[in-house]
Design a protein around this ligand. Sequence first.
Ligand SMILES: [Zn+2]
Length: 669
Amino acid sequence: MRSNWTDREATGLDPLALRVYSSRLLGSESSLVLYGGGNTSVKHEMEDEAGGVVRVLSIKGSGTDLATIDVGGFSPLALDPLVRLRTRSSMADDLMVELVARALLNTVAPRPSIETLLHAFIPLDWVDHSHADAILALTNQPSGQAVVRDVFAEDVGIVPYIKPGFLLSKAAADVYDNDPSVVGLILENHGLVTFGESARESYERHIELVSRAENSIRKVWKTPPAGRQRTSRVAAGLATRLRGQLSIRNRMILRFDGASRVRQFVDRDDVDEISQKGPVTPDHILRTKQLPMVLHGSETVDIVREINNYEDQYRGYVARCGGDASSFMHDPFPRVILAPGIGMFSTGRTASEADKVGEIYRHTMDVIEAASAIDRYQALPERDLYEIEYWPLELYKLMHGPADRELAGRVAAVTGAASGIGKSVARRLAADGAHVFVTDIDVVRAEQVAEGIRNDGGVAESMGLDVTDQKSISAAFRKMVLGTGGLDIVVSNAGRAEASAIHKLTLAAWNRSFDINATGHFLVLSEAVRWLRNQDLGGNLVLVCTKNTFDPGRDFGAYSAAKAAELQLGRVLAIENGEHNIRVNMVNPDAVFEESKLWSKKIREGRAAAHGVPIGKLENYYKDRNLLRTKITGTEVAEAVFFLASDRSAATTGAVIPVDGGVTGAFPR
Ligand SMILES: [Zn+2]
């Protein structure tokens, strides 16, 4: 590992800005810290309200991330009252949190790190702490102390494993006091602390110690490259079956990783043994659980039984460690699933949470393999893991997220979503928390829609999908399933207008309309139903039809006939899939012009002629012919789709909702 320090960037910065600078240097190395792990601090002086000077410890706030931290991510604390706490022999966690909070000099600062006192008790101004992979590979051994001494001789102090908090802070400071010539402290099964008179000294000591650990590991083991991602139909099938079972209480998102590096680990002969020893640091347990699930025999495996076994194992661990005190239990489902021959699945309530779990486990693979190459990988006893997993101070980290939205954990695919109604629907579903696939034949515009959703804080991915091409459809569905584990909502929307009187209609135009407006829905929805049945979680299909299906107009035969076929297709799908709790419903909009690709100039001209109105008055014509005298926009259609796609319509299937402002001729019948 190289130092990324550059004087050009660091000179002239005040202590806090400098603290931000070198914290981000640490945070940018994923083999040092992951997602909120690690912390840094600086001791400096500040003027108080009375014009006096107060000694301040500015420490990373809990829940902030070193990679992106800013000045506001640090909590300023009065240093002296914290230092005085070291004279106590013990302190309950609640009291520690209370006393640290009382020292806060800024009431709107984030909650200080739970490792605050460790930073306070080290007398040097700059302190850097990480959970470096290479350090963990050295300490997580039966003979960890000897391995650490072998690599670092007397340059570091070794602090035996203690749960973070008052006692660890005191023990670390005692080890330092015992030999202040050390440049760092190795916290067993936890990580590395370095310190210095300057930001640069503390940071570079950190990099130097980690490099020495890496060099010693490199003699016996090399980090494998990530390699090629391999996906397959079998992996996708397994993903949906897993998601179906893991989402019975709460919908989960599954991410698949089939990279060569991952496959090399899951294909090890000893994967059942080596993966079941425990996490590399207790800090990871809240995201990954204490153990991954290993799933052999992907196509034949009895997933229900395997998950039950995992659940029993987890309950056993909680019962053994928590005893009668364990009134609360996290859900007993795995977060990491290793499938030999296939790859790894990671789970979370959101794709980004599942990605974090996957990333942590990829580092876990490195540490386990490096430690095994040195001697033998050994994790902490399960009681120590339990203590962290059920520690109120750690749970705090997980609790500051926003409350779940209505479609949280749901996966939705919308066809023809690059414009018009499809775009409005994609935005509406994302606004309520769905993970949305914006699919369209126009990939560029689909990506623009997805980007817009992401900019508004939603989750969306774009995907090319041609509803007339079965290959394109099955490839897109496989990709979606491997990206999220499955599907909950499919909105079949893509459509195309063909205007002509029937006696003048060409066969080509007739076929074009049927290819998209009838067969396109058949291809998309039949594919969707296969995945939904395989997943076995129910589901929602919504077909965007048209007011024309009940109330056709002249010169619109190819369109109206194909859309009528679509409506009938939806009804039969509802009949066939009710027993699988797959609901199928339709919306019948009338004339949505807004941002629509369907209303090309040619179609406008054709419809204006058919209705005998000037083209400039066409939109008003549609508005004036409905009972509410209202212009229909994508927003109203999307609202109806949202109702049908959510649990709000749990007792409705085979239904048609008109969104046409009230056209009596189009009342459903
Ligand atoms: Zn730590």
